[in-house]
Write a protein that binds this ligand. Structure first.
Ligand code: PXL
Length: 262
């Protein structure tokens, strides 16, 4: 058998969106696009398409543990991304597993609500996410509505984003990336905070109905680039350019909020 160079393994622990635009299917595509080997564990089976989320059946914490333990036992996992983690018991289990295996890169995408307004996590779970997963994270990647729900701030502009970033950073992650795409304006500006200073990442705002899964794909692309040995700053820059291009070239599938081109 020919021996090849081993790709870095990225593991996503997130929800299944059977329509393929968000969740673990999107994550697997993003990992693959950046030359990583994709592994995936399901936290919840959601029922959805581009027009909405119609429900979900969550996994038990034991199921999540039984999915990820054999993966950690067998592979060297270079990076882990977490997405939709709907219950406190799942979050506690994921924190325990990550504390045991200590992967070098952990990207926590604090998914709280779908674009269509479906709650993907309850309040107790949100608290566990903040207390138990944020301290383990290389980076947390909330959008504005997520940052608002976590910090209880009303985010209207850059000053509010900075205040929110400071509060989120005090929960323990190395970096906080607040995605500004939900604010009106010509540019989609993301703010990265390392506890000391801020850096901004800009892209032209695209007026579009194709944004399904952008959050998942940005976080997964950051994860894959970290796994490939890039710095966090380079990973964010590369991931943002990738998502921008994928929005711009969306094939417009579905009747609602279309997936992007990945
Ligand atoms: O983009 C948020 C998100 C993440 N993960 C899953 C989802 C959604 C939004 O619908 O379904 C599984």
């Amino acid at each position: 058998m020919e021996s090849r160079e081993k790709p870095p393994v990225c593991l996503t622990i997130a929800g299944l969106d059977p329509s393929g635009g968000a969740g673990i299917v999107a994550d697997v595509k993003a990992f693959t696009a950046f030359g990583c080997f994709a592994a995936a564990a399901v936290s919840s089976v959601t029922f959805q398409n581009t027009q909405g989320v119609f429900g979900a059946v969550h996994q038990s914490a034991a199921s999540v543990r039984k999915q990820v333990e054999p993966v950690f036992a067998d592979y060297e996992v270079a990076a882990v991304k977490t997405g939709m983690l709907p219950t406190r018991s799942i979050i506690e289990m994921v924190a325990k597993v990550l504390n045991e295996h200590k992967p070098a890169n952990i990207v926590v995408d604090p998914v709280v609500r779908s674009t269509s307004g479906f709650d993907l996590i309850d309040d107790k779970a949100l608290l566990a996410l903040m207390e138990q997963l944020f301290p383990l994270a290389t980076v947390v990647t909330p959008n504005i509505p997520e940052a608002e729900r976590i910090t209880h701030l009303n985010i209207r502009g850059e000053d509010d984003i900075k205040l929110a970033a400071r509060r989120l950073h005090s929960l323990g992650p190395k970096f906080v990336l607040i995605k500004g795409g939900h604010l009106a304006g010509k540019k989609a500006v993301d703010h990265l905070f390392d506890g000391d200073s801020f850096e901004t990442f800009e892209a032209e705002h695209i007026e579009t109905t194709s944004t399904h899964g952008t959050g998942c794909i940005l976080a997964a692309s950051i994860t894959a680039n970290l796994a490939q040995g890039k710095t966090l700053r380079d990973s964010v820059r590369i991931a943002k350019a990738f998502v921008h291009e994928a929005i711009r070239t969306s094939p417009g599938l579905g009747k609602g909020n279309s997936p992007i081109n990945i």
